[in-house]
Structure formats: structure tokens, C-alpha cells
Design a protein around this ligand. Structure first.
Ligand code: PGA
Length: 301
């Protein structure tokens, strides 16, 4: 049997994603190159690994068995890479970090600061939704995840490192923009734009109002913070957003934060990884950096 590591790596990605297209983009290959590697692997092994039902790709029984081996090969290679990087110290190494879409507004500046301390460490940053973050934690394909609430039912080490206030935003000419301490009940008269299901911001918003017995009028469902901001500016309704997402719009006076009783909803950002995961030196350094230094004002020069 003449199976190559490359074939196993390509197979692992197609099997995990159940998609040739997603595997191709993950591995920076073309789709025909991915198909060719899989065909060669099937020929070497003498079995079919995938079957197509309509447009969907499924693993065959043999494919499921080979997937277990490909996962353990990938994990072993990862461990080897981590160990060697640790032997070389923090002058090199790789940090794979995945963050929730809202966290994308604060993480790049934190990474820039981290990079100033550890210029030799290569960072790969994935910005994705909460559901996919939970999948990455479950499959142990990422070093560090940053999101707004640790997932229930998954054994993770989660530490809060920064406050994440959620605020009600409106266009600056909104009638409530001039009022102070607006009672929560008054929000029943407004229309709210909401994020997509699965968004941490949306879950927090729904929980907050449900606990207070307030049923909001919800308007459009909008799939990103950017689109919510544009829609609020266009007068389609009020938005409930993490304060971190609106710095620029506040500075440019395109949006304003309403003063509502009991607001902001105070959440936190969490850094997390699978419980018991052996963190690489790079991931460990990033975790320590976040917990000790992040969010502090820089020391005076
Ligand atoms: P989001 O927020 O999913 O609404 O982008 C991040 C989170 O709260 O986990």
C-alpha cells in the first residue's frame, strides 16, 4: 500500500467538511486537485470512500473507518508540530484561533499587540458563527476560541477576559435619542432588527427580554453586525449590538446609543479551548497575554 500523507490530509478535510469545495478552499487547492487525490487514495486502498446522493457527499462504511485513522494521523502530526515548536521556544510556532463574528471587532487589535511581543509566531484567524465554533472545539481542530458565552454540554476551559456590553443603537435623529433613562417598557413600541439564529448576541437579547416578560416587535432578521448597522442607519428599526462594533459609527455620528433603563446588557468575552488540551507554547502565550494584558491601557511612555 502506497498511501501518501497528502492523500490522507486531503481525505480528512473532505470527510470532515463533507464537501469537496470546502476542503479545496481550506487546503488552498483547486477542486479537481482534491478529486484527484481522493481518486488516487481510493485506488491505493481498493475501496470507495465517498458516495454521492444527489448533491450531497456521504462517507461509505470504509470511508468512516479510514476517517478515524486520518483524524488520528492529523492529530499526531499536530502534536509533533506543537512539540517541535515548543522545543524551539516562542521565536516560532503557529497559533490557530477562531472567533465569533462580533469578536472580530476586537481580536485583530489584540493580535497586533500580541504580534509585537512575539513576532515569530504565525497566526491563522478564522471568523465564523457560533455553531461552527462549537464544531471546531468538539473536533479539536483549533487551539483557541473566543466567543461570548461558553457552550453548554461541551467540556471546555473558559475564562472571561473582557467586558462585552450590549447596547441599543438608533439613528442620531431618533426621538428617543434625546431622552434619559427611558423605561424598558417603552421599547415595546419600537421595531428591533435581529441577528440570525445561532448568534450569541441574539441569544443574549432574547434571554434578557424574556426574563423581563417583554415581547419586542421584531423586524428584519439580519445576518451580520455590519448589515444591522446599515439597516439602523437607514431607519429600518433599532438594533441591539455589542458596543465594540460601533466605535466608528459613534465617532462619525452615524449612530447613537440610547439611554435605556437596565442597559447595557453586560456580557463578557471568553477565551476557551477543549478541557485537557495540551496547548502549544504559542497558544499558551496568547492565553496568558489575553488574561494578563489585554484591554489594559498601554503603560505611559
Ligand atoms: P455573535 O456574538 O455570535 O452574535 O457574533 C458572539 C458571541 O456572543 O458569542
Amino acid at each position: 500500500m502506497n498511501v501518501t500523507l497528502r492523500q490522507m490530509k486531503v481525505f480528512e478535510s473532505v470527510a470532515r467538511n463533507l464537501s469537496y469545495t470546502r476542503a479545496a478552499s481550506e487546503l488552498f487547492l483547486t477542486q479537481p486537485a482534491v478529486s484527484m487525490q481522493i481518486r488516487q487514495l481510493e485506488r491505493q486502498l481498493g475501496v470507495s470512500l465517498f458516495e454521492r446522493v444527489g448533491k450531497r457527499v456521504h462517507l461509505t462504511e470504509a470511508g468512516k473507518e479510514v476517517y478515524q485513522y486520518s483524524r488520528s494521523i492529523a492529530q499526531t502530526l499536530d502534536e509533533m508540530e506543537t512539540l517541535l515548536a515548543d522545543l524551539k521556544g516562542l521565536g516560532s510556532g503557529r497559533l490557530r484561533i477562531s472567533v465569533a463574528s462580533t469578536a472580530n471587532y476586537l481580536v485583530p487589535s489584540l493580535l497586533a499587540e500580541f504580534h509585537r511581543h512575539y513576532p515569530g509566531i504565525t497566526v491563522s484567524l478564522d471568523v465564523t458563527n457560533r455553531e461552527s465554533l462549537i464544531g471546531q472545539l468538539r473536533d479539536n481542530t483549533v487551539d483557541i476560541v473566543i466567543m461570548g458565552q461558553p457552550p453548554a454540554g461541551l467540556d471546555v476551559d473558559a475564562r472571561a477576559f473582557m467586558e462585552n456590553p450590549l447596547v441599543v443603537v438608533a439613528p442620531p435623529d431618533h426621538p428617543l435619542a434625546r431622552e434619559k433613562n427611558v423605561p424598558l417598557e417603552r421599547l415595546r413600541e419600537e421595531v428591533f432588527l435581529v441577528r440570525e439564529p445561532g448568534s450569541g448576541t441574539r441569544i443574549a437579547m432574547e434571554r434578557f427580554f424574556a426574563e423581563r416578560g417583554i415581547q419586542l416587535k421584531t423586524g428584519m432578521e439580519v445576518g451580520s453586525n455590519e448589515a444591522i448597522k446599515q439597516s439602523v442607519q437607514a431607519g429600518l428599526g433599532l438594533g441591539l449590538l455589542s458596543r465594540a462594533t460601533i466605535e466608528q459609527e459613534l465617532a462619525l455620528k452615524r449612530l447613537t446609543v440610547l439611554w435605556i433603563a437596565e442597559f447595557p446588557i453586560m456580557r463578557h468575552w471568553y477565551i476557551m479551548h477543549r478541557h485537557g488540551k495540551r496547548l502549544s507554547a504559542a497558544a499558551d502565550a496568547f492565553k496568558r497575554f489575553l488574561l494578563q494584558d489585554a484591554g489594559r491601557p498601554p503603560a505611559p511612555a
